[in-house]
Design a protein around this ligand. Structure first.
Ligand code: HAM
Length: 423
């Protein structure tokens, strides 16, 4: 029997994993600069958490969740997204009582969605997300957007654009909802069964239906922008002013509704404009979710955040041909000749490593030539050669590979020389 990686998932091999580490490191640095702190929540939660927040008419909840009964007959779901778990944790740990508000959190964690596999769409993907909870100031919306853009800038992406919309507050949305029902009702039989279901429950979801995307009524649907009340409009204008002042350009898209139910006011996406980037161009999506905390039994705690997958970020880097630099070259390769030298060599290897020097040696008893080849392949900056004579005299031959020079040195001296260059 042959086993394969499950459809929609991938093994990340050493030839790729270093890129993930690089990107994750840059993300962590950016979060530190913005004072966002890491939170880690469980990989699964009670199913109801997602039904109540993401929404039970959304694609995520109706079609994409990995839901299972645990042995205590409770319905659990592998998290399809990070916002609901983080807000659940915010409420559970009473973070609303923390001195510093808003609470600014980030996570880099796997998410699970049973989606059709295609480029940029996986069933397990790693999302970097942020959540700033406890403030309804448009400046925090601007900050969250700026952080997402800064991450893309830091990794070297250039061909990206920010798309912005406002979904308004509850009153604006109710007015818009009524208009949508009136718009779609006369021709609802021409839509898929999901949309027919959505008409009464949540007509806004019709607008992001993948099946009926090209139906003429989609293009003439009433736009949310026309239903924003004064308060929502003022909030949105303040955000746009803040972005403009910070030198952040954006496009307005009244059709940007996002695929999760908890959003209101600000909604945004960052898209790749790189040529040949494939069908899915959204790199990052986010928005404001005032009321989500109350929805799960917490106090009022308005929040905003975003999620971006590392997978799509790496695909965008590839599309723009931005190279990441791999600096994992070895400092020293220890070549040993014979048993006694191997014993001595291993001891030296460990001494080098405890001094923070990247070192490796041969573990297959290969001939000198093969060991030198390994050193080359691993791009070792130095090679130490230890034979019988060296063991006797308690020295090593140290070769500087770039210069081609060689000298005999004691082990102490060896560490001194290399450390001076490495640090
Ligand atoms: P979302 O739009 O569902 O929002 O996902 C955000 C991002 O996750 C997408 O833009 C994409 O980068 C990535 N993503 C989603 N599905 C997949 C997939 N199947 N394969 C690869 N990448 C994927 C959310 O999840 C919200 N929780 C974001 C948020 C945080 N809003 C406020 N706070």
């Amino acid at each position: 029997m042959k086993f394969k990686v499950p459809r929609g998932t991938q093994d990340i091999l050493p030839s790729e994993s270093w890129k993930w580490q690089k990107v994750e490191q840059m993300i962590r640095e950016a979060c530190e600069v913005y004072r966002y702190q890491e939170i880690r929540t469980p990989m699964f939660e009670q199913t109801e958490l997602f039904q109540r927040t993401v929404g039970d008419t959304t694609d995520i909840v109706t079609k994409e969740m990995y839901t299972f009964k645990d042995r205590g007959d409770r319905s659990m779901t592998l998290r399809p997204e990070g916002t609901a778990p983080v807000v659940r944790s915010f409420v559970e740990h009473k973070m609303f009582g923390w001195v510093d508000q808003p609470v600014k959190l980030y996570y880099i964690e796997p998410m699970f969605r049973y989606e059709r596999q295609q480029a940029g769409r996986y069933r397990q993907f790693v999302q970097f997300g942020t959540e700033a909870i406890g403030s309804a100031d448009p400046a925090i919306d601007a900050e969250v957007i700026a952080l997402a853009l800064d991450v893309y800038k830091k990794v070297g992406l250039k061909d990206i654009k920010l798309v912005l919309n406002s979904l308004g507050d509850k009153d604006s949305r109710t007015a818009h909802r009524d208009a949508l029902v009136a718009h779609f009702t006369p021709r609802i039989d021409e839509f898929c069964s999901d949309c027919q279901n959505r008409l009464e429950k949540n007509p806004l979801r019709i607008l992001d239906c993948k099946v009926d995307r090209d139906h003429p009524l989609m293009k003439t649907a009433p736009s949310l922008t026309d239903f924003l009340n004064d308060e929502s409009r003022a909030y949105f204008e303040k955000l746009q002013d803040l972005l403009t002042k910070a030198g952040i350009s954006y496009e307005l898209d009244p059709n940007l509704v996002r695929g999760l139910d908890y959003y209101n006011h600000t909604a945004f996406e960052i898209m790749s404009t790189a040529e040949g980037f494939g069908a899915i161009t959204t790199l990052c999506g986010g928005g404001r979710y005032n009321g989500l905390s109350e929805e799960i039994g917490g106090p009022s705690a308005p929040g905003i955040g975003f999620g971006m997958s590392i997978e799509r970020l790496l695909l965008a880097l590839e599309a723009e041909q931005v190279p990441l630099t791999n600096d994992d070259a070895l400092d020293v390769y220890v070549v040993t000749l014979g048993d006694a030298a191997k014993q001595e060599g291993f001891q030296i290897l460990q001494q080098l490593r405890s001094s923070g020097i990247r070192a490796d040696m041969d573990f297959l008893d290969r001939k000198m030539k093969a060991q030198m080849k390994s050193a080359d392949r691993l791009q070792a900056k130095w090679v130490t050669v230890i034979g019988e004579e060296e063991v006797e005299q308690q020295i090593v031959q140290l070769k500087n590979m770039a210069e081609g020079s060689q000298q005999s040195v004691s082990v102490e001296k060896l560490i001194e020389i290399i450390q001076a260059e490495v640090n």
